[in-house]
Write a new protein. Structure first.
Length: 244
């Protein structure tokens, strides 16, 4: 307990990578998967509807740009909303410490009782809190609300990462169409590149989470396959209705 007086959450900045890396992985997986699945479905639909190279490229690039902007804005807005909500909680807790210190101390006492600390140990904590309200606030945020202010995400960084991920994920189904004037002829290459990307993304997700690389890779591959199948079915069934 002697080390308590020197302990402070901010001194553990070297541990912030836990939250940062999790956020980065989530954005990358979500963005790449969204771009890949949406694009392969669109390319498949256009190709099997008999569209030419110009139509496939033009429509797909336009859709990719729209997806990049939409997903980036969505990521920015959702992150900003979450951060603002947590910031409001920080302000509220700080005000409550100033206005109702006894009540807040009692809340911390109950929390530490649940952790299994003795009454003497708890009193050491509470006495230290009265001397350092910044420490008190940070521990209350962590132990009562599960909030770590140093891990608040940056809305602009998340938006940029999401835009990049969606853009990169959209490329594999599109690239083969730059090299042929017959979209249906190069569609097998679209499938191959998309399958490799989907499996690799799933394998990365599985590896990072400690799960089976093969199982995760195959699950992502199955999602991409369903998207391609829906696109091909739509191209074959719907296009004739409008006279191709």
């Amino acid at each position: 307990m002697a080390q308590l007086s020197s302990w402070h959450p901010e001194s553990y900045e070297d541990e912030s990578w836990h939250g940062t890396h999790a956020t980065t992985l989530r954005q990358v997986v979500f963005g790449v998967n969204d771009g890949l699945v949406a694009t392969i479905g669109l390319v498949a639909g256009l190709s099997f509807a008999g569209a030419g190279q110009g139509t496939v490229l033009g429509a797909t690039i336009a859709a990719i740009l729209a997806a990049v902007v939409s997903m980036a804005l969505g990521s920015y807005l959702s992150t900003r909303t979450e951060v603002q909500y947590h910031q409001a909680q920080v302000v509220r807790e700080k005000r409550e410490i100033e206005e109702n210190p006894e009540e807040e101390l009692n809340e911390m006492r109950q929390i530490y009782r649940r952790y299994g600390f003795s009454e003497d140990e708890i009193q050491v904590f509470l006495n230290r809190f009265l001397q350092d309200k910044s420490l008190w606030l940070n521990l209350m945020l962590r132990d009562e609300l599960g909030i770590l202010p140093e891990n608040f995400e940056n809305p602009w960084s998340n938006a940029g990462l999401m835009a990049l991920a969606v853009g990169l994920g959209s490329l594999p189904p599109l690239i083969p169409n730059f090299f042929s004037t017959h979209p249906q002829g190069v569609f097998p290459w679209v499938v191959v590149l998309s399958a490799l990307t989907a499996f690799s993304l799933g394998a990365l997700s599985g590896y990072s989470s400690g799960k089976s690389v093969w199982r995760s890779g195959l699950s992502f591959l199955a999602v991409a396959a369903v998207a391609a199948g829906i696109g091909m079915a739509a191209g074959n069934l719907i296009a004739p209705i409008f006279g191709r």
